[in-house]
Design a protein around this ligand. Structure first.
Ligand SMILES: [Zn+2]
Length: 247
């Protein structure tokens, strides 16, 4: 990693035409990649966010119902998307906390890939059981969505005979070119988010139902982005495990 930090070609942000961000919960995109998404969108990429779950478990409020929370979280996600320049947000509505890599989820995620045809796809690193950087158990939905998304990228979305009913609906097979995995214990790529850190934090704070102490969160996210940046010779950064496929 960069000691004297000459401009590092390896750390240049790509300029994909289409980006698909496929993550488990409302706010995962903002926490994991908000600064990067803002940069990609500003550079002209068409960014689509797919939220796999309904986010209906994300509350301590004894009076909250799952349906009301899902509605609220969709509205918050749209506000966050606007701040980052995200073009489209879709909710698949799978039950929060009960996500499994099964045929139903595979079909749904392959459908999203074939529909949005991303060059770059951002998802969770499914190999993270314990998240070393922040000393937390990784949420099982993150692992399941990351795992199923990788199966969807390869080989399922690519092979026309997997879910052949898609072709009749006009959804052709698709090859993703590149992956950025969030929450990875093996980051090999970083994005300088000095210019987009404020937007990232604003987009997280837009998830009002999830953020009890916005000012505390601002401080914490700023510190974390700076710590990550120090590792890569940047003022503030987000890091990923980056995988380039089928060039
Ligand atoms: Zn999450």
């Amino acid at each position: 990693m960069a000691d004297s930090a000459p401009p590092n070609e390896r750390l240049t942000l790509p300029t994909p035409e289409r980006v698909l961000v496929m993550l488990a919960h409302p706010d995962d995109a903002e926490f994991g990649a908000g600064g990067t998404i803002a940069r990609l969108a500003a550079n002209g990429s068409h960014v689509v966010v797919v939220v796999v779950t309904d986010g209906s478990q994300g509350t301590d409020d004894p009076d909250a119902t799952g349906d009301a929370l899902f509605n609220r979280r969709q509205a918050e996600q749209h506000n966050a998307a606007e701040i980052l320049g995200i073009a489209e947000v879709h909710f698949l509505g799978f039950p929060d906390g009960r996500i499994y890599n099964n045929e139903t989820l595979r079909e749904a995620l392959v459908r999203q890939i074939r529909r949005h045809r991303p060059d770059l796809l951002i998802t969770h690193d499914p190999t993270t059981r314990i998240w070393d950087e922040i000393g937390m158990i990784n949420h099982p939905d993150h692992r399941a969505v990351g795992d199923t998304t990788l199966d969807a990228v390869y080989p399922l979305a690519r092979d026309r005979l997997s879910f052949p009913q898609h072709e009749a609906e006009g959804l052709a097979p698709h090859k993703v070119l590149e992956l950025f995995l969030t929450g990875s214990n093996q980051p090999n790529f970083a994005v300088d988010i000095s210019e987009t850190l404020e937007a990232k934090i604003d987009s997280i704070v837009a998830h009002v139902s999830q953020i009890a102490e916005p000012e505390q969160l601002r401080t914490m996210m700023t510190e974390r982005a700076k710590e990550t940046g120090e590792r890569w010779g940047m003022d503030a950064a987000e890091q990923f495990r980056r995988l380039t496929l089928w060039r």
